[in-house]
Design a protein around this ligand. Structure first.
Ligand code: ZN
Length: 270
């Protein structure tokens, strides 16, 4: 086992860079009154540097995956459809709890998908599922700070979730939760409150894992051992390419098992 700090930095959970200068200066120049949150947020979004410094930074930090369901998210350019990226407030932006301006607090912002709410997105078979909404579209303005896991606080390892390859259903690894000191019920509530087992997501997860299975078969056909094949595919699926992760990182990681943990550095290869 490598020292904690060495491997935690390599793992896919949401690890944010420092607060962008834009947010710092906006908050200094625009006192938030705790009442007009929508006006404050709209003013923030209309500033010229918002897309570049906030949205781009969120996407870069998250490797272009929704912070909740881990589907790959896109700007409009190049893939058709509307931009299917939203900026989510983990703690609702309408709240003024603890006298904090949650509306423009960097650590409170996450890039997410559109939760199946809009049929005009690229690849709607996978991304559109209304009225069965997911992610922040079902969470809405609920305060779930202690009811679900904050993606920023999910431990890098061990992996708290597991997935069924045949159904694509996401579940909780109770043993891993116990090791991490996290209530398994909290992990389960994260799945249910964000509707991460919506039919649309289960099917897309299952299709992705079938692709992984076929890739493994192909590697074995080329003469690799099953373990070598899993390590090759884990490297391909779980590392960024051009700044992007492939969709359903956690499901793939769960399916690829020990070799995924070796690739991610949470287990010693020997
Ligand atoms: Zn999502």
């Amino acid at each position: 086992m490598l020292p904690f700090k060495k491997w935690i930095q390599k793992l896919k959970r949401v690890d944010k860079q420092d607060e962008p200068n834009f947010i710092k200066s906006f908050n200094e120049d625009n006192a938030y009154d705790g009442v007009n949150h929508n006006e404050h947020w709209n003013k923030f979004k209309l500033e010229a540097d918002y897309q570049v410094e906030v949205v781009d930074r969120l996407l870069e930090d998250q490797g272009f995956l929704c912070a909740y369901c881990e589907i790959d998210i896109y700007r409009r350019d190049g893939v058709g459809g509307i931009q299917d990226i939203g900026v989510e407030h983990f703690h609702p932006k309408s709240s003024f709890k603890d006298n904090i301006a949650w509306v423009t607090k960097w650590s409170n912002l996450l890039a997410v998908c559109l939760g199946g709410s809009n049929s005009a997105v690229h690849d709607p078979d996978v991304r559109y599922g209304a009225p069965d909404l997911t992610c922040d579209k079902i969470k809405a303005n609920a305060i779930l700070d202690s009811a679900i896991l904050n993606p920023l606080h999910v431990p890098g390892a061990p992996l708290l979730f597991k997935v069924s390859r045949t159904s694509g259903e996401l579940g909780v690894n109770a043993e891993a939760c116990a090791i991490a000191g996290i209530d398994a019920e909290l992990a389960q509530c994260t799945i249910s409150q964000l509707n991460l087992n919506a039919d649309r997501l289960k099917k897309a997860r299952r299709d992705t894992l079938n692709d992984v299975a076929n890739a493994l078969i192909e590697q074995v056909r080329r003469g690799r051992s099953p373990a070598e094949a899993r390590q090759i595919i884990a490297k391909a699926r779980l590392t960024k390419s051009n700044g992007r992760y492939l969709r359903f990182f956690t499901a793939c990681r769960s399916y690829l098992g020990k070799e995924a943990e070796v690739v991610l550095g949470s287990l010693d290869p020997h």
